[in-house]
Design a protein around this ligand. Structure first.
Ligand code: HSE
Length: 316
């Protein structure tokens, strides 16, 4: 086969309580795909083409396309590991909005590396690919963090461990939880949303962060939904970033009236997410967010479960 098409799901970075460490891959319950895909095809002439709902927001110059950066990085890695360069062209289907907090750049990066690695007959293992994905994500957002690339690549709810070498652990998930995501239609750059965060946090905040993350993980392993949900508070980013998100407090308040288990900012925003164990609540929340949180025609909401598969080949 000389053509590989890889799909990489959207993701929620941070999941409120795990800044830069925790991420969740998303699978809409209506069986739609919510993520970008990239196709690699043999060609003697290199080319990048794009389509998809948000492709007109990409830089028009192919050299500025992240897929091109991933391609160049992958080819260099091949050569430095003693392999020959690939003769390919690439196509990006850009389904995720840029600057949305849904792991849009991570989705393109993961799909590109995965498709190239499959095309090249898997010269790189999972850890090496994850490292390459993180490097490219870091070039875009201004600092290396894996909370979008890891879940998009591996699926599930992933926790990053490892200091020098990234190691992604897949945590247990409650499969009766619905994750409603709502993108307002505005754009927030990750680099800008990181810049507004303090460089230092006080002791109380550090203790709350450590307690929440450790109790949350323990609760997942004990199957204690109530305790896990209670720990999903964002003490690091939300107090500073919510000023960038019109309607955030009202949305949180509405989710509270629907017995929502948790509510927070997805990655660096402006997408927000709500967790509930009732499909009726999820539907009410989705409708309300569509009416009140979404600001323009680019916005949308989806009811999702956790995508436990991560990136995968799909039919060409
Ligand atoms: N952890 C990153 C941040 C995710 O919050 O800046 C970016 O999507």
């Amino acid at each position: 086969m000389s053509k590989f098409r890889a799909y990489a799901p959207a993701s929620i970075g941070n999941v409120s309580l795990g800044f830069d460490l925790l991420g969740a891959a998303l699978l809409p319950v209506d069986d739609q795909l919510l993520g970008d895909w990239v196709e690699v095809e043999s060609s003697t002439v290199f080319d990048i083409s794009v389509d998809g709902h948000f492709s007109d927001r990409l830089p028009p110059e192919p050299d500025k396309n992240i897929v091109k950066h991933c391609h160049d990085f992958f080819q260099q890695a091949l050569v430095s590991h003693g392999h020959s360069e690939l003769q390919v062209k690439l196509h990006l289907h850009k389904a995720l909005p840029i600057g949305s907090g849904l792991g849009s750049s991570a989705s393109s990066i993961v799909a590109t590396f995965y498709a190239l690695n499959e095309y090249a007959d898997k010269p790189f293992d999972k850890d090496k690919l994850l490292l390459m994905m993180g490097e490219l994500e870091g070039q875009i957002s201004g600092s290396i963090h894996y909370d979008n690339v890891a879940p998009s690549y591996l699926g599930g709810l992933t926790l990053m461990t490892g200091e020098e070498q990234p190691v992604a652990l897949q945590l247990p998930v409650f499969d009766d939880w619905y994750w409603v995501v709502s993108y307002s239609g505005l754009s927030v750059s990750t680099a800008a949303a990181r810049k507004i965060l303090p460089r230092q946090y006080d002791l109380g905040t550090c203790l709350a962060f450590g307690r929440q993350l450790s109790v949350f993980i323990d609760a997942l392993y004990r199957n204690d939904r109530q305790m896990a949900a209670k720990m999903m508070q964002d003490v690091i980013a939300e107090p500073h970033r919510k000023t960038l998100l019109p309607g955030f407090d009202e949305a949180r308040q509405f989710v509270g009236t629907q017995n929502g288990l948790a509510f927070g900012i997805s990655g660096s925003g402006p997408t927000v997410f709500a967790v509930t164990d009732s499909l009726t609540s999820a539907q009410n929340i989705e409708q309300w967010l569509n009416r009140h949180y979404v600001q323009n025609a680019d916005g949308f909401s989806h009811i999702c479960k956790i995508d436990t598969q991560g990136t995968r080949l799909i039919n060409t």
